[in-house]
Design a protein around this ligand. Structure first.
Ligand code: AMP
Length: 188
């Protein structure tokens, strides 16, 4: 039987991360932990977490590390994660989050971090061609800039501990998925 994968997925906004995560879940059956989805649900439900996160999210800013780290630690303790493995999508977004995650899991507590690499100019074109409620240009610019300034150091940090694989994210969805699943299969 295939081992339950424990994966961390990185990619700029517009890199196709959402689609690739859906395909990964379909194939490997891991628990999809999308911090963006968790936060949006909390905002919709009006929970304490939602109230804390709302203003940061609508301005296109990151929610503070301590809020995010607590949230993800709690989620990783649940039984389904132990049974099925996980796909972390949208976390970590900063080097502090990355370090806290590895303190929690241990370096052997996950298989791989994958970066779906699509150049900035290409994601800008892709985003300009679609029309989503959270795509207003100021928020998009802020998120892309945050990715370079705050998330890329986290990506590089996984590289420095020898746990990062870069995937070329340019091309058709199925081609990208073939690259991605080949990499995942070879690490399980
Ligand atoms: P996403 O759907 O992953 O793009 O997340 C939507 C928004 O939720 C982001 O723009 C941030 O405001 C917030 N968010 C999600 N994950 C994180 C995280 N790991 N750290 C900080 N903020 C986050």
């Amino acid at each position: 039987m295939t081992k339950c994968p424990r994966l961390i997925i990185f990619g700029r906004q517009g890199a196709g991360k959402g689609t690739q995560c859906a395909l990964l879940i379909e194939r490997y059956g891991a628990v999809h932990i999308s911090t963006g989805d968790i936060l949006r649900a909390a905002v919709a439900e009006g929970t304490e977490l939602g109230r804390q996160a709302d203003a940061f999210m609508s301005a296109g800013n990151l929610v503070p590390d301590e809020v995010m780290i607590g949230l993800v630690k709690d989620r990783l303790l649940q039984d389904d994660v132990e049974t099925h493995g996980f796909l972390l999508d949208g976390f970590p977004r900063t080097e502090a989050q990355a370090r806290a995650l590895i303190e929690t899991l241990g370096a052997a507590g996950f298989d791989l971090a994958v970066n779906i690499e699509v150049p900035l100019a290409t994601v800008r074109e892709r985003i300009a061609g679609r029309n989503r409620a959270d795509d207003n240009s100021e928020a998009v610019d802020r998120r892309l800039q945050d990715y370079e300034d705050k998330t890329m150091p986290a990506v590089r940090w996984f590289g420095s501990i020898g746990k990062l694989v870069e995937i070329d994210g340019v091309g058709a969805e199925d081609e990208v998925f073939t690259r991605l699943s080949n990499v995942v299969d070879s690490h399980l």
